[in-house]
Design a protein around this ligand. Structure first.
Ligand SMILES: *Cc1c(COP(=O)(O)O)cnc(C)c1O
Length: 237
């Protein structure tokens, strides 16, 4: 199962190697929309080539999002040092150590165990790691994240003994809405996430919600960070 997945991903990666397909017009349009509300655009470059990333970099983009540890490590080694790398995929605890030295924001922390490992590896690396907690807002079973009750437990655990968590900083929340055409469902999910954000981060922070298909709605519902891939780089394999 695991190795099949890897084979498929390597295949997609190789295929994309022959296409230079960034959409500069879409990039400028999205940036101008986000700019006035001070919303951060994370360009999701998973499966895309270093050439495509460099083309986006040349447009001024600095925040990039990746989902796979090995792919992120390969790209980070080959690309400019001032890129801010966001890890937006499901992260296994045993792989934290590989990205911790350079990662800018780990967006999808979905267990206390993972949070503990990030804290431990950050202490080792002599830094403080910024993270978002992923909240499960979609109807699909397959999406990772805490429910509202679990989120409360984590926030209380960490907030209740801050001394023990000296190397991790929870900056906000991240969520993925259901994959549906029904905007009322997406809106309700975004509102639910925003309510949790307001409750646990009353002084503000990062609310990462919105992707290619729903970022405009996410922005209306209070997002401060969107993660956009296919609108910028074209559809993935
Ligand atoms: C792939 C991915 C995105 C970007 O998706 P698009 O629909 O291509 O914009 C955003 N967030 C996460 C967590 C992803 O895995």
């Amino acid at each position: 199962m695991q190795s099949d997945n890897i084979t498929v991903r390597v295949g997609i990666f190789a295929l994309n190697h022959f296409s230079m397909s960034i959409d500069r017009e879409a990039y400028r349009e999205i940036q101008s929309l986000l700019y006035k509300d001070n919303i951060t655009l994370v360009a999701v470059s998973k499966t895309k080539t270093v050439e495509d990333i460099l083309a986006m970099y040349a447009e001024g983009q600095r925040d990039f999002g990746e989902n796979y540890v090995q792919e992120l490590m390969d790209k980070q080694a080959r690309l400019p040092a001032d890129i801010r790398w966001h890890f937006i995929g499901h992260l296994q605890s045993n792989k934290v150590k590989y990205i911790l030295p350079f990662v800018h924001l780990i967006q999808a922390v979905d267990s206390l165990r993972l949070l503990k490992e990030i804290d431990r590896q950050a202490a080792k690396a002599g830094r403080v790691a910024d993270v978002l907690l992923q909240v499960h807002i979609a109807r699909e079973e397959t999406k990772f994240g805490f429910d509202a009750g679990e989120l409360g437990q984590v926030m209380e655990t960490v907030g209740g003994s801050p001394g023990e968590w000296g190397h991790v900083r929870i900056r906000g929340l991240m969520g993925m809405a259901s994959n549906t055409e029904d905007l009322s469902v997406t809106r309700a999910e975004f509102r639910g996430l925003k309510a949790l954000f307001d409750r646990w981060f009353p002084a503000g922070g990062i609310l990462s919600m919105g992707m290619s298909g729903d970022y405009q709605l996410a922005v209306k519902e209070g997002s401060t960070m969107v993660r956009i891939g296919s609108l910028l780089f074209g559809k993935r394999g």
